[in-house]
Design a protein around this ligand. Structure first.
Ligand code: S3P
Length: 444
């Protein structure tokens, strides 16, 4: 759902950040818990669900598709309708700011014989949907959207779907997941091949819900085969905490002098943990404490301390998918490192909640940092610890991660940094301000 009026927020240099930061549940896993719970037969119970607007919008959508989604105490309870049992929504499905929400829902509904109209906020209405509707057409679904394949869009689902084999042309877990969710209600085997591995939560969770799904490495990339029309068994899910949200207190601690912050229980699934690897290569004092396995996933408590000796590096393009949401905050750390940080193979950043290369480059330049960029690359000249002038008002373009990145930047800049609108933060990290203030951040 669209949010209220724009609210500027300013971050200024504070003392050291210290203490423990319990970040919210993983956004990707939260969306999938609600969608797969709604497609199982019976009661799925979810703890640790991210109660950000993006996920709440997906919960509302699942109700519109006929599932029951309620909160009982601290547990979210979903009564699913079974594979093939989604019902035609009465109204328009408004996914707010969430690309993940709309693309996964389009996939799940595309092999049901009814039409669904989707929309979203001004950011989502600019984002490309053909990357999802192209493969969904192979199942037999027909999409009618605005020019350029934009929302609002109606997708008429296939009443007699056929299974699909699809090689994803862009590295996107959303596209992969949309095809797999559509494949659930197609007979036979649906196969997705991705050249570069993207986050694999859909594969892991589909297996957890009892679907027959196999993954193998081939010369063309990762090949995922799903057998259609399974009966999904309801699950009890404890959503791990979000590494993409952990990135903000971790990176803020690295650049604010004297800081020492613990961020417990962070999933380090290799398809998500690229930022932390990159920071360690830059020389960050970032330690994985108490490493362990939880629910089949590697988990650790992240301990980040002020790191005055970080150096710019060339981030390997092969790592891009595993840290795609973290480039904005990485660029803030890069501005505080010595030397240049080079980020290549990141064209996808241009089609996120906003064009994240443009938004970060513009804001960093206004803060006195040199940035160069091209279609699928950008580089940031570090000014060393404490060397970022700041003192700018930056535009966040309805993008939560741009807002949080510049607020973290303001905590270490010489002069305060203001974001023109902090309200988008509620989509993924509603407690960001409180949590950062508890650590010692100063916002006004
Ligand atoms: C997500 C996939 C990524 C990511 C988004 C969440 C997901 O998008 O940027 O925040 O949950 O599948 P792409 O798959 O389009 O890269």
């Amino acid at each position: 759902m669209s949010h209220g009026p724009a609210t500027p927020l300013t971050a200024a240099t504070a003392g050291p950040l210290s203490g423990t930061a319990h970040v919210p549940g993983d956004k990707s896993i939260s969306h999938r818990s609600l969608i797969l719970g709604a497609m199982a037969v019976g009661e799925t119970r979810i703890t640790g669900l991210l109660e950000g607007q993006d996920v709440l919008d997906t919960g509302r959508a699942m109700r519109a598709f006929g599932a029951s989604v309620e909160k009982e105490g601290e547990t979210w309870v979903v009564h699913g309708v079974g594979v093939g049992g989604l019902m035609e929504p009465e109204g328009v499905i408004d996914c707010g700011n969430s690309g993940t929400g709309v693309r996964l829902l389009m996939g799940a509904a595309a092999t049901h014989g009814f039409a669904v109209t989707y929309t979203g906020d001004a950011s989502l209405r600019k984002r490309p949907m053909a990357r999802v509707t192209d493969p969904l057409a192979k199942f037999g679904a027909v999409a009618h959207g605005r020019s350029g394949g934009r929302l609002p869009m109606t997708v008429v689902g296939a009443s007699t779907p056929v299974p699909v084999r699809y090689a994803t042309p862009v590295p996107s877990a959303q596209v992969k997941s949309a095809v797999l969710l559509a494949g659930l209600n197609a007979p036979g085997e649906t196969v997705v091949v991705e050249r570069e591995a993207t986050r694999d939560h859909s594969e892991r969770m589909l297996a957890g819900f009892g679907a027959e799904i196999a993954v193998r490495d081939t010369s063309d990339g990762r090949e995922i085969t799903l057998v259609g029309r399974p009966e999904l068994a309801p699950q009890t899910i404890a959503v791990p905490r979000d590494p993409s949200s952990a990135a903000f207190p971790v990176c803020a601690a690295l650049i604010v002098p004297g800081s020492d912050v613990l961020v417990p229980n962070i999933g380090l699934n290799p398809t998500r943990a690229g930022l932390f690897e990159t920071l360690r290569e830059m020389g960050a004092d970032l330690v994985y404490e108490n490493p362990r396995e939880e629910g089949g996933e590697p988990v650790a408590d992240l301990r980040a301390r002020f790191s005055p000796d970080m150096k710019g590096i060339e981030v390997p393009p092969t790592r891009a998918a595993s840290m795609i949401d973290e480039y904005p905050i990485l660029s803030v750390v890069a501005a505080h490192a010595a030397g240049t940080t080079v980020m290549r193979g990141v064209a996808e950043l241009r089609v996120k909640e906003c064009d994240r290369i443009d938004a970060m480059a513009a804001g960093l330049r206004d803060c006195g940092v040199a940035v160069r960029d091209g279609a699928d690359w950008w580089e940031v000249d570090g000014r060393g610890p404490g060397g970022v002038p700041g003192g700018a008002m930056v535009a966040v373009h309805l993008d939560h991660r741009i807002a949080m990145s510049f607020l973290c930047a303001g905590l270490a800049a010489r002069d305060p940094i203001t974001v023109d609108d902090a309200t988008p933060i509620a989509t993924s990290f509603p407690v960001f301000r409180d949590l950062m203030e508890t650590l010692g951040a100063s916002f006004r």
